[in-house]
Ligand binder design. Structure first.
Ligand SMILES: NC(=O)c1ccc[n+]([C@@H]2O[C@H](COP(=O)([O-])OP(=O)(O)OC[C@H]3O[C@@H](n4cnc5c(N)ncnc54)[C@H](OP(=O)(O)O)[C@@H]3O)[C@@H](O)[C@H]2O)c1
Length: 224
């Protein structure tokens, strides 16, 4: 059976953007939401946008992750812990969970150009603690803005993939490379997610100062 990818909180701009790109690449997507109807509406909008051949459906978050082999987390940091506690028994063993969360101060009423301190070091490490041992985990996609993901134009950005688990790193890298223009880079251990997440706050500041929505990152001097 073909694999399915759940997007937890996929009704928001980042989740919809990733769904758009991955469905265009032929992946079967299940948009997740706290409200199944909202997820189905988002899936319908995306199918209308991409074309009816796109394989996108909607479900509540628990049903979405329970039927998928890969799950992308795209909820605000403020809601991440409570949601992961609710979903604790919903994961299939072997699921690869990929976290996109940036612990922006904006998620608790602060500035979008700052991150908040997280005891574990990063939103990703905090999420990892709340997942069962039997699932794989990687952090990726933090530097791809929702605006860039919404269309079908090439995206001028590298994606840093951080994980302590090679298979999850591989899965996340392979998905990132399905987005035209994106290059996936091995970002090292999961603890490096703290650096990657904080760069997003810097990109948001650049977007504000230069009045764009397209600031991204490219690393030079690498043999790929
Ligand atoms: N926006 C970007 O350009 C961007 C770029 C890189 C990374 N990210 C990261 O991606 C994540 C999503 O960003 P976004 O802009 O799409 O966020 P968002 O619109 O604020 O939230 C996304 C979805 O999360 C769900 N949600 C909201 N509050 C929740 C809560 N307390 N508990 C559980 N679910 C909740 C909502 O879905 P339902 O109401 O349908 O459940 C919402 O549609 C964030 O962690 C962000 O840091 C965003």
């Amino acid at each position: 059976m073909a694999r399915k990818i759940a997007i937890v909180g996929g009704t928001g701009p980042e989740g919809c953007g990733l769904a758009n790109r991955l469905a265009r690449a032929g992946e079967h997507i299940v948009i997740g939401s706290r409200d199944a109807l909202r997820a189905e509406e988002a899936a319908k909008r995306l199918r209308e946008h991409i074309g009816e051949a796109a394989q996108i459906e909607g479900a509540d978050n628990a049903s979405a992750v329970g039927q998928c082999d890969i799950a992308l987390l795209t909820v605000p940091f403020s809601g991440q812990a409570a949601l992961l506690k609710q979903l604790k028994s919903a994961w299939k063993p072997g699921t690869v969970v990929i976290d996109t969360t940036v612990p922006l101060a904006a998620s608790i009423g602060g500035a979008p150009t700052r991150t908040i301190g997280v005891w574990q070091g990063s939103a990703a490490e905090a999420a990892r603690e709340l997942l069962p041992n039997g699932v794989g985990f990687a952090a990726a996609f933090h530097h791809l803005s929702a605006e860039l993901l919404a269309g079908d134009a090439r995206v001028d950005c590298d994606v840093l993939v951080c994980s302590d688990d090679e298979q999850s790193k591989q899965v996340a890298s392979e998905l990132a490379q399905k987005i035209p223009g994106v290059r996936a880079l091995n970002g090292g251990k999961l603890e490096n997610a703290r650096i990657v997440e904080s760069v997003t706050a810097l990109l948001i500041g650049l977007n504000i100062r230069y009045k764009v929505h397209s600031a991204g990152v490219r690393f030079t001097g690498l043999p790929l």
